[in-house]
Design a protein around this ligand. Sequence first.
Ligand code: DLL
Length: 433
Amino acid sequence: MERYFQPEIECAPREEMIKLQNEKLVKQVQHVWDNVPYYRKKMEAKGLTPADIKTIDDLHKLPFLCKDDLREAYPYGLMGKPLKDCVRIQSTSGTTGKRVVAFYTQHDIDLWEDCCARAITAAGGTNESVCQVSYGYGLFTGGPGLNGGSHKVGCLTVPTSSGNTDRQIMFIMDLQATILCCTPSYAAYLGERMKEMGFGPDDIPLKAGIFGAEAWSEEMRRDIEKTLGIKAYDIYGLTELSGPGVSFECSAQQGMHVNEDHFIPEIIDPVTGEVLPEGQQGELVFTSLDKEAFPLLRYRTRDICTLTREKCPCGRTHVRMGKPKGRTDDMLIIRGVNVFPSQIETVLINHGYAANYQIVVDRVNNTDTLDVQVEMTPEMFTDNVGEIQARQKALVEGLRSMLGLTARVTLVAPKTIARSEGKAVRVVDKRKI
Ligand code: DLL
């Protein structure tokens, strides 16, 4: 039983990791200075040269990169290697503005797949596992990343990609898949469909799920674990830094270990840009230490979370990030109150609903309105108006105590809110139109 667990790196004492990061950072800054004129100019504007960056303690001196820089430099302006050395691109969905295109050398792909292999191993994957990859394949990094990791671990890889739910279920059952990789919202949908088909948790061969690419609550985790009879592991990443596997959960399920030999995380105050002490919530920033073709330094992810170095029972020493609460650009400001969709999800699931909901924000007579449409589960479905009203009232109360805001809640019949095969669209903000 060969496992892709690398204790010499993943459990390395902190001093050793710092030494490794110092060496890699110095090299990476030089690489960027020599090969990425766009970033070199940013360094020059701050009066910096590579000689100013000697250890990770100097990291804070470096300028940030943000999504707007990526758009400005699109498509080739941030490349650290000539095209002849690059073998792949991946891209974000680009729902707002220009797409982000990230480049990879073969070395970058190997490194990325190593990170995904660690994640699969941490979820119990071995060469005896049957790993169904139901993330989309193509420009999206989910499918290719987990596919590569699954190969490295030696799992039998089932590259179903997303969609065609009944076929997904057929493969899970016929091939006795033990690991499922997809977005948490798609996992919830697969669970719902399997339940309808009469499969209970004991009939389903899956043991673990590796779910990420979107924010999901602890409550949603418990729901999915119960329906599918699995342990559900979170995985995080973004295209700009390679894709899934920047961090991943171990069996302790107490945050995601960042692959610190490849990425240095920082938490900053999103307004001032100042680095915040461990444990404080803020915007996550990453510096990639090994990437050749798209070597981003201090990239602002816009994801809001915390970092902790508290000892993890699994023995890994890599810093853990909490579940991203949302994104600085997802955070809704409704009547002056900061609201993350994940807070709404928590209230809904605590009241017995599944994560099938849509949040609609609008502005009527200069006042923001918050509408939450929630599907009733088949078990609670009723056409008794009094009962529906009582349920709606309970949710309004629950939301008020979580958010300090009054929302309008509408309960809708099961299966009326569109299901997602990839990342779910939870929020419609009509105020921007
Ligand atoms: O979503 C990469 C990925 C694929 C991660 C499969 C995990 C699994 P992008 O499409 O570039 O890349 O989107 C990146 O998605 O900045 C977060 O806002 C969000 N995100 C990713 N993973 C998580 C997670 C992929 N576990 C953006 N929890 C990130 C919450 C996540 N949000």
